[in-house]
Design a protein around this ligand. Structure first.
Ligand code: HEC
Length: 153
């Protein structure tokens, strides 16, 4: 305390910067509550989620769409061969003549078009073919398809 008898009011002033910060916080909180309350601004987590999902689907759909695009391209075939040896040969044999999985050079029961091959490889097939879509992605699978095609000739 102060007992000098001299008025000390000046020493008790709240610093201007602190007041500005305090006022700023109040304004921020009002703005924040207003803009994230669905009943006030219309903002909705669900809407935001749906928009993000839609955007995600769009980019996924516009990614390399044609699973047959590498067929006949030597460089991609070579990359497909390397991937085949590490991911597929264990079951389909190194020359794709079949083992645990069927011969890939013969007529395939689920279809041999690039689209059907993409389906088989990416989603798997019920009698023991594992799905590779997550692990490899469409581009690598397109290269695998080019390699499988190259085996038939
Ligand atoms: C764990 C063993 C295994 C691995 C690894 C495996 N496959 Fe298979 N695959 C199978 C079996 C078993 C089937 C037969 C599934 C069926 O008949 O439903 C099959 C089926 C397929 C088919 C469809 C054949 C048809 O008759 O239509 C294709 C195409 C194929 N595999 C490609 C691949 C490719 C490419 C890879 C590597 C990315 C791979 N597989 C890895 C076991 C495997």
């Amino acid at each position: 305390m102060n007992d000098s008898g001299i008025p000390q009011d000046g020493h008790n002033k709240i610093p201007a910067g602190w007041m500005a910060f305090f006022a700023g916080m109040i304004i921020f909180v009002i703005w924040y509550i207003a803009s994230y309350t669905p009943a006030i601004s219309g903002w909705s987590f669900y809407q935001e989620y749906e928009q993000e999902m839609k955007a995600g689907l769009k980019t996924a759909a516009s990614a390399p769409a044609d699973p047959g695009k590498y067929i006949g391209k030597a460089e991609a075939v070579a990359e497909g061969k390397a991937e085949y040896e590490s991911s597929c040969a264990a079951c389909h044999m190194a020359d794709a003549s079949g083992g645990i999985g069927p011969n890939l050079k013969a007529e395939l029961k689920y279809g041999s078009t690039p689209d059907k091959l993409l389906e088989s490889i990416s989603a798997g097939r019920p009698n023991g073919m594992p799905p590779f879509g997550q692990q490899l992605g469409k581009d690598k699978i397109a290269k695998l398809i080019a390699y499988i095609e190259s085996l038939k000739k």
